[in-house]
Design a protein around this ligand. Structure first.
Ligand SMILES: *Cc1c(COP(=O)(O)O)cnc(C)c1O
Length: 419
């Protein structure tokens, strides 16, 4: 067993390690197009499985509630320093266990239960944590949702009129299935108009932002939150950034002791390693390929006759509207998985189907670009997707699906990961 950087002579827990091995093989042999996923480096994996998981370190570097924090302090300081350099910001908190925790902490730092939060609606491309009713953000705050216009672009006039009408405490700019550039400056102008804080959640775009391929909200948002595991290609986790010292203090108290207990120091060490990788020139090349591959693939699917929400993409992801094929996102997700291609069903704006079915799928290029695929291979994957979906339930379909499964597997073998 060597995929986590450690070599074991013998593994006693056969059950769990079998599941881990099976998952490794699944990742090696499937074309991974889930827009929120990526493959971390072996060094990041090693840091994640390191002895820092044993250490309690409540508090912050130099101000801990436990002894023995000398070396975890080093790791956390490096993570903060590198993150600030990546995003050109003054203050960073690298302790949030996830993107959801980062957002909850940001809300906790800036607002009180009952305050109003204006965020992008889930069904329009926003994230659960931006005010959706089943989440704490929707239960503790009075949440108001904005959306996109009929062309699939954020409707800034609507954002402005909702802000003027409801006077939110926080406006959230950020999304999970919005492929276009977000005009963070426009959001800030609207926030200033009504005296709201602007929280920018760049969970998806972080890797493109640090390489200058997507606009940065760092100079105009009061708080920027992000995950570390999507295009940034780090371990699963969250971060919070700001340039305002008094907000930074509130954020630190909100993360600990507000929302979390002890930080996961192994994860923070792995974040530090990933941030170091993102600072290197080859990460810039990686991000450029991510963008090129996404644009090439969405254009090709369009040429094949599918609709792309908003007509294209400026990022690593895009949403395919499947209505021309009369097939649901749910069916597409299942059928593609059986053909060796993993993606997820996704609502399209103004979808008439429920979230359990949806009329679309979301596709992202970040993970397969890590494996070294270029435009040529992404165009081929687009062909394979179209082959499966356009032949669904027609005669000879099972043979076609098996053919695609074979070709997906061969493509994966040509671009190995964790070999
Ligand atoms: C993925 C995502 C999150 C949540 O991240 P988790 O680590 O899954 O909690 C938050 N906001 C946005 C915009 C996201 O896309």
């Amino acid at each position: 067993m060597n995929f986590s950087g450690y070599f074991f002579e013998e593994i006693s827990d056969k059950e769990v390690f079998q599941a881990i091995t099976d998952e490794l093989h699944r990742q090696q042999n499937q074309i991974e197009l889930i827009a929120s996923e990526n493959f971390v480096s072996k060094e990041v994996l090693s840091a994640l499985g390191c002895v820092m998981t044993n250490k309690y370190a409540e508090g912050y570097s130099g101000r801990r509630y436990y002894g023995g924090c000398k070396y975890v302090d080093v790791a956390e300081n490096i993570a903060i320093e590198r993150l600030c350099k990546l995003f050109n910001c003054k203050f960073a908190n690298v302790q949030p266990h996830s993107g959801a925790q980062a957002n909850l902490s940001a809300f906790y730092a800036l607002a009180k239960p009952g305050d109003r939060v204006l965020g992008m609606e889930l069904a329009m491309g926003g994230h659960l944590t931006h005010g959706a009713s089943p989440t704490i953000s929707g239960k503790w705050f009075e949440s108001i949702g904005y959306g996109v216009d009929k062309n699939g672009f954020i409707d800034y006039d609507q954002v402005k009129s909702l802000a003027l009408k409801f006077g939110p405490k926080i406006i959230v700019a950020g999304a999970s299935s919005y492929s276009r550039r977000i005009d963070f400056q426009k959001f800030r102008k609207i926030a200033d108009l009504v005296g709201a804080y602007l929280v920018a959640d760049i969970a998806h775009y972080a890797g493109l932002i640090v390489t200058g391929l997507y606009p940065s909200p760092m100079d105009c948002a009061h708080i920027v939150t992000s995950t570390t595991h999507k295009t940034l290609r780090g371990p699963r986790g969250g971060v919070i950034m700001t340039n305002d010292e008094s907000i930074a203090k509130k954020v630190n108290s909100a993360v600990f002791p507000g929302v979390q207990g002890g930080p996961q120091m192994h994860s923070i060490a792995a974040k530090a390693v990933a941030f170091g990788e993102a600072l290197r020139p080859d990460f810039k090349m990686y991000a450029q390929h991510v963008l090129n591959n996404s644009i090439a693939m969405s254009n090709h699917l369009k040429k094949l006759g599918l609709n792309i929400v908003s007509g294209g993409t400026d990022s690593h992801l895009f949403v395919v509207d499947l209505t021309p094929l009369s097939i649901t996102g749910k069916i597409a997700e299942t059928e593609l998985e059986e053909a060796g291609i993993t993606c997820n069903k996704n609502a399209i704006p103004f979808d008439t189907l429920p979230p359990s079915k949806t009329s679309g799928i979301r596709i992202g290029s970040a993970a397969m670009t890590t494996r070294g695929l270029k435009e040529k291979e992404f165009l081929r994957i687009a062909d394979l997707i179209f082959k499966v979906l356009s032949n669904y339930a027609k005669s000879g379909y099972d043979a076609i699906k098996a053919e695609v499964r074979e070709e997906s597997l061969n493509l994966c073998k040509k671009f190995p990961i964790y070999g």
